[in-house]
Design a protein around this ligand. Structure first.
Ligand SMILES: Cc1ncc(COP(=O)(O)O)c(C=O)c1O
Length: 436
């Protein structure tokens, strides 16, 4: 638990942050990690994080989602160490670990006729979009306002847009050629009519629709009944491919991805994050007919490469993670605790008469500070972002770590206990009272 005045409580973290600033732009290696207070973590175990000053936090950030079993999981670590003692990276041919993992994913995931490995969710969505473009011989694709699919040019627009740029051209980065952004059509999540209109206005030009089947980059916006099925039908009607970006939902919600729960099988899927409980590996999978276009097969026309693809660390960690997810009641546990958290938070919000909306799915939860229902990104513009961040800063002071960044979701893992949830609820109530 954190204690003392902030300046003294975070003294070591602050000093390390100042050092980082001298050599790393902004002092962090991913922009959304730039938080206040400038925490530097040095240890992670199970459900806990420890910072450089020795403050312990109950972690609900889970590194943006990968850590589903808990930090520093002994069985996953053991598998990685064993793999390192074998052959970590031959860089030629294939290893048995890669075959085992590909076989496993083809068995578990409805859309996986074939699978290829890479190292980040961004690579997985890049490859999925490129192969969709090659397969359809078309250039454009449709994405949804508020969804995020990684760092590459084609998708880096209209994620967390400001009110004036919702649905308009909103590059999330400088340095992207206009043509890359213009080939990406942006429509509102849960609005099949807008998808239909985009297809109609770009007849014969749309290669794919890419979607987070639950929009977790907006926190948690659930697909309305029929939305995902409607996307599949529109894609089929217009000769386009449906790509599920399951980088967050995959393995966290179900071993077969959210597609195994919602009953809609996309043509292609991107996975990452929870696949290996925090070790770097990602995957793109899909119908054999499409996947066989990659030039890992001689004669294939779609380039696929990567020095570290299929490395033993990622594959061994993924296999060990999947073993535990298959063998142990992980999803039952984290869904139950998620429900307990959401129910408890909803009761608190009601008791305190707050203008807040507790939401989530399975192991994911968060509290928006707004009234009314949420169907898409425009609804989230009503969220009081300052309050959202302030709430989380106050929780950090009391030893609960939820990343203090607007709209970010929280994750429960296998190491959290009912007692953790109840303690968290108690602290949340005390903090919310001070903010009411
Ligand atoms: C849905 C989704 N797709 C893709 C990505 C990109 O993954 P990575 O950060 O591993 O490149 C992310 C990252 O947060 C994501 O949330």
């Amino acid at each position: 638990m954190a204690g003392g005045e902030p300046a003294e409580r975070y003294a070591q973290s602050e000093s390390l942050h100042q050092r980082a600033l001298q050599v790393i732009p902004g002092g962090v290696n991913s922009s959304v990690r730039n938080i206040v207070p400038h925490l530097v973590f040095k240890q992670a175990q199970g459900a806990n994080l420890v910072d450089a000053d020795g403050n312990t936090y109950l972690d609900y950030h889970a590194a943006f989602g990968p850590v589903v079993l808990g930090h520093n999981h002994p069985a996953v670590n053991r598998a990685v160490i064993e793999a390192l003692e074998g052959c970590a990276l031959p860089g030629a041919g294939v290893t048995e670990l890669e075959i085992l993992l590909a076989e496993r994913l083809c068995r578990l995931i409805p859309s996986a006729g074939r699978v290829l490995f890479c190292n980040s969710g961004s690579e997985a969505t890049l490859h999925a979009l490129r192969v969709a473009r090659a397969f359809t011989v078309r250039s454009k694709f449709i994405k949804f306002q508020g969804c995020y699919h990684g760092v590459h040019d084609a998708v880096l627009r209209n994620a967390q847009s400001s009110p004036g740029t919702v649905g308009r051209l909103d590059a999330a980065s400088a340095g992207i050629p206009l043509e890359s952004l213009q080939n990406t059509l942006v429509v509102a999540y849960n609005r099949l009519d807008e998808v239909e209109a985009a297809f109609a206005a770009n007849r014969g030009e749309v290669a794919a629709v890419i979607v987070e089947p639950i929009a977790h980059n907006m926190g948690c916006v659930l697909p309305k009944p029929g939305f995902l099925q409607g996307l599949k039908s529109l894609c089929e009607q217009h000769g386009a491919l449906l790509i599920f970006d399951e980088v967050i939902t995959g393995f966290r919600h179900h071993l077969g991805g959210y597609q195994a729960m919602c009953g809609v099988t996309p043509h292609l899927t991107a996975f990452g994050k929870a696949l290996a409980n925090g070790f770097p590996i990602a995957a793109v999978c899909g119908q054999a007919e499409v996947m066989e276009l990659f030039n890992t097969r001689p004669g294939g026309t779609v380039y696929y490469g990567g020095t570290y693809n299929g490395n033993a660390v990622g594959c061994a960690a993924a296999l060990a993670t999947l073993d535990i997810l298959e063998r142990e009641p992980v999803h039952g546990h984290i869904f139950r605790l998620g429900e307990r958290m959401r129910k408890g938070l909803s009761e608190i919000v009601k008791r305190l008469g707050l203008r807040a909306n507790v939401t989530g799915y399975g192991s994911i939860f968060l509290t928006y500070f707004l009234d009314g229902s949420i169907e898409n990104y425009s609804d989230l513009l009503r969220n009081d972002a300052a309050k959202f961040v302030e709430y989380r800063r106050r929780l950090i002071e009391r030893g609960i770590f939820k990343i203090p960044v607007n709209l970010k979701r929280n994750h429960i893992g296998y190491f959290h206990t009912e007692a953790d949830i109840d303690r968290t609820l108690d602290i949340c109530e005390r903090v919310l009272k001070t903010m009411a």
